[in-house]
Design a protein around this ligand. Structure first.
Ligand code: ARG
Length: 446
């Protein structure tokens, strides 16, 4: 069995090891590429302050690039008996290069190393999430424009209420994503500060150049105070989880609407056949399982901030092993949300709407307010008009031509999709992914 980084004489009991390592050997695979990038920046800085020679640096960087490529190809493994990604990378360097591999950890602790890995991983995932949100946004706006003249019933209490339109329905979810995106951007900015150099949580007596690693890794700034940098573990994940949960909340509501409107009793939309699933017993079934799974996954994602808070709450400042467990719920969440975003976009692009819903007279009463407003415009006091229309309905005498003319901003006749799109573009511009991309490319010499 490989020796632990910290093991001196007494060997750790195997059961204790199984328990403390937990799922880390799986979870840390998410972090492998980022751990390598972090090490590249760290040792470049170590050379600049005289803790490595330039030859040592060059040899180490070359081997780290190889390890990075292995991770890209999915060939990086954390071996049996090795605790985590940090130990595995150091072990590989030492095996290949000898003693120089053991020099890379000066001025660093696994506590700031894992903080850094999590931030590098998270910011790259947030970029992908932002791109997927934008795709879904575009699909929604396109459908909103396409069906802007098709009316549908609007509901309150699930009782038919007022005229709505497919333009409004699709556009509402697009605008919801604008606010979610703003939240995501705040999470990205909180994440994009460098914790490296905080070491075990109290800094180091080596004269580390933290500005240098901040620039090498393309962070907006560092987390200056080393105690605060360590306090960011759990806080960053929680804040990002809130942003993910906000997106998930939008999608789960959309998924519920889509399932309901696709039911025969509504029949407002038709999901593409290839996006539905059959039944083992009922030959006619075309079930909206994709949106049901999306709804459940997105509801689960909305519990992520709470899960993280339950793990990290009531910890004082300083590192605790409790924080390791956050990785188990946090790291897989990104792929889950991306899957939901991509599936939803695929279906929204193909969904068909029923342009004839309002031919069914059970929806006639959605126009009752239109009729009241028409009488009021003609001079009848609103309360009298309300009463007259109410009495007509009771007497079975209510009629309406099923036309509406709503003109104010954000209404059926004036969706403001251009303004909503402008809001989204403004948020998208505020992200600045270019520094992180350029920095990572430069480190890898690509
Ligand atoms: N696996 C650990 C974590 O995720 C890495 C840091 C270990 N540090 C320690 N002091 N035991 O937190």
């Amino acid at each position: 069995m490989a020796q632990k980084l910290w093991e001196k004489s007494v060997q750790v009991n195997q059961e204790i090891e199984r328990f403390t390592v937990g799922l880390d050997r799986e979870m840390d695979l998410y972090l492998a590429k980022h751990d390598v990038l972090g090490s590249m920046a760290h040792i470049t800085m170590l050379e600049s302050i005289g803790l490595l020679t330039s030859n040592e640096l060059a040899t180490l960087l070359e081997e780290l690039k190889n390890i990075y490529s292995m991770a890209e190809r999915g060939e990086f493994v954390i071996e049996e008996g090795v605790e985590d990604v940090h130990s595995q990378v150091e072990l590989m360097l030492t095996r290949k290069l000898g003693d120089v591999g053991k020099k890379i950890h000066s001025g660093r602790s696994r506590n700031d190393q894992v903080l850094l890995d999590l931030k590098l991983f998270t910011r790259s995932q947030l970029k992908e999430i932002a791109e997927d949100v934008e795709q879904l946004f575009n699909a929604l706006i396109q459908q909103s424009e396409h069906y802007k003249n098709v009316l549908m019933p609007g509901y309150t209490h699930l009782q038919i209420a007022m005229p709505s339109s497919f333009g409004l329905w699709f556009g509402a979810y697009a605008e919801s994503l604008v606010d979610d995106m703003l939240f995501l951007q705040a999470a990205f900015k909180l994440c994009n500060r460098n914790p490296l150099g905080s070491a075990a949580g109290y800094g180091s007596s080596f004269p580390l150049n933290r500005t240098m690693t901040t620039e090498l890794l393309g962070f907006d700034s560092m987390n200056y105070n080393v105690v605060y940098a360590q306090m960011g573990r759990g806080k960053m994940e929680r804040n990002v989880a809130f942003a993910l949960a906000s997106i998930a909340g939008t999608i789960s509501k959309l998924a519920f609407d889509a399932c309901m409107f696709n039911s025969q009793n509504f029949g407002f939309v038709k999901l593409p056949d290839e996006c539905t699933t059959g039944s083992s017993i009922m030959p006619h079934k075309k079930n909206p399982d994709v949106f049901e799974l999306t709804r459940a996954k997105c509801n689960k994602l909305q519990s992520l901030p709470q899960q993280i808070m339950m793990i990290a709450n009531n910890l004082p400042s300083g590192y605790f092993r409790d924080l390791q467990i956050i990785k188990e719920v946090f790291l897989p969440a990104f792929q889950e949300l991306k899957d939901c975003l991509q599936m939803t976009t695929y279906i929204i692009n193909k969904i068909k709407v029923n342009e004839e819903i309002l031919n069914d007279d059970k929806y006639l009463y959605i126009f009752s307010v239109e009729e009241v407003n028409r009488l009021a415009r003609e001079g009848m006091p609103f309360r009298d008009a309300y009463k007259k229309v109410g009495l007509d309905i009771e007497a079975g005498k209510f009629t309406h031509n099923k036309q509406v003319s709503h003109t104010h901003e954000g209404s059926i006749g004036n969706l403001c999709n251009e303004q909503i799109t402008a809001l989204m573009q403004q948020v998208v511009k505020g992200f600045n992914f270019s520094n992180m991309i350029a920095a990572e490319k430069a480190l890898l010499g690509r």
